[in-house]
Design a protein around this ligand. Structure first.
Ligand code: TYM
Length: 331
């Protein structure tokens, strides 16, 4: 049995990295997998969100984004993590098995906590355990994510194995990360060495799915580049991270390889390339944005999709949770 689970934090809309690194791949995978679950991980949003006043809207906006990008909510549950309590119950059980040393190795915690780890929050530190529970509660076998989440999926595999060994069972599958395409790691438009992210202070560092055509064109025009023309091969882009990033984005959107895009634009200056890139971005993102706006006007229907999603997710999660309680030995 093959089953996909993936999720995105609803922290202020979707950026291009989420779309190209994750959700677009989910849309393709739903054609080959009979069993998929798509989660909006609102509990995970708490570890970076000081102010929860926009959380309800952000959660609906994420649901609208999933549907507008092409997730088929009639076939597969789209649901909100906090609507399925078994995630947090399993997270506690897994947390009681997790050696601190495993968590200390997580690079995302180190990046986000920065130098002042004394003030970092427990939720941020324990976050990979909740992510493992998100995946394991459904016994998912495949987890399509961007490259930045690979370490967390590997942690999930280790934890699944540890649970099986501890209780001498063969209960959890070891889930596989699925990372593919030219956009496994979309980088910031302001600095080609850091990933594009919703938490970057500058909105010019990212393209948001709800940006209008003028904003997209402006952001791409302002994207940091160098003064050299584009080379005809990727080898010559090794030390030009911003140029490489824009080529990767173009390739991911057009369905060609980065090498093909290099050949196509060899010798062109960024002024030409950027114009073509923003036209392509607008052609792909504008219909998604329009559909999202339409869905967001029909809140009741959106909430009904999430309610149906929660019902089927709870059904499977509760069935597994009962088995887990028996394995662990609760009365
Ligand atoms: P999050 O919300 O940061 O990102 C959601 C998905 O988008 C991918 N992604 C990117 N891919 C390429 N380039 C980028 N710049 C970029 N930025 C984000 C991420 O790799 C991810 O696939 N911990 C997860 C959410 C999560 C989850 C889960 C994922 C919670 N439970 C269970 C899968 C399964 C996170 O913070 O993703």
């Amino acid at each position: 049995m093959k089953r996909i689970l993936s999720g995105i934090r609803p922290t202020g809309g979707l950026q291009l990295g989420n779309y190209l690194g994750a959700i677009r791949n989910w849309v393709a995978l739903q054609e080959t997998f009979d069993d998929c679950l798509f989660c909006i991980v609102d509990l995970h949003a708490l570890d970076t969100l000081a102010d929860t006043s926009t959380l309800k809207n952000d959660t609906r906006e994420m649901a609208a984004a999933y549907i507008a990008c092409g997730i088929d909510s009639a076939r597969f549950p789209i649901f909100v993590q906090s609507h399925v309590p078994a995630h947090t119950e399993l997270a506690w059980i897994l947390g009681c098995l997790t050696p601190l040393g495993w968590l200390n190795r997580m690079t995302q915690f180190k990046d986000k906590a920065g130098k002042n780890q004394e003030n970092a929050l427990l939720g941020l530190y324990a976050y990979p355990v909740l992510m493992a529970a998100d995946i394991l509660i459904y016994k998912a076998t495949h987890v399509p994510v961007g490259e930045d989440q690979k370490q967390h999926v590997e942690f999930t595999r280790d934890l699944a194995g540890l649970f099986n060994r501890t209780f001498n069972v063969d209960f959890f599958h070891l889930p596989e990360p699925m990372i593919f395409g030219e956009a496994m790691r979309v980088m910031s438009l302001r600095d080609g060495t850091v990933k594009m992210s919703k938490s970057d202070a500058s909105d010019y560092s990212r393209i948001n799915l709800l940006d209008d055509a003028d904003t997209i064109a402006l952001k791409i025009r302002k994207a940091r580049t160098d003064g050299d023309p584009l080379p005809d091969n990727l080898e010559n882009l090794k030390d030009r991270p911003e140029a490489r990033n824009l080529i990767n984005i173009y390739a991911a959107l057009s369905g060609e390889t980065a090498a093909q895009i290099c050949v196509q634009f060899a010798g062109s200056y960024f002024s030409t390339f950027k114009k073509d890139l923003s036209d392509l971005l607008i052609a792909v993102l504008e219909p998604i944005g329009a559909k999202m706006h339409q869905l967001l006007r029909e809140k009741d229907e959106l909430d009904a999709v999430l309610q149906r999603g929660a019902e089927s997710a709870n059904k499977l999660a509760n069935q597994h949770m009962q088995e887990i309680r028996n394995i662990v030995g609760f009365l």
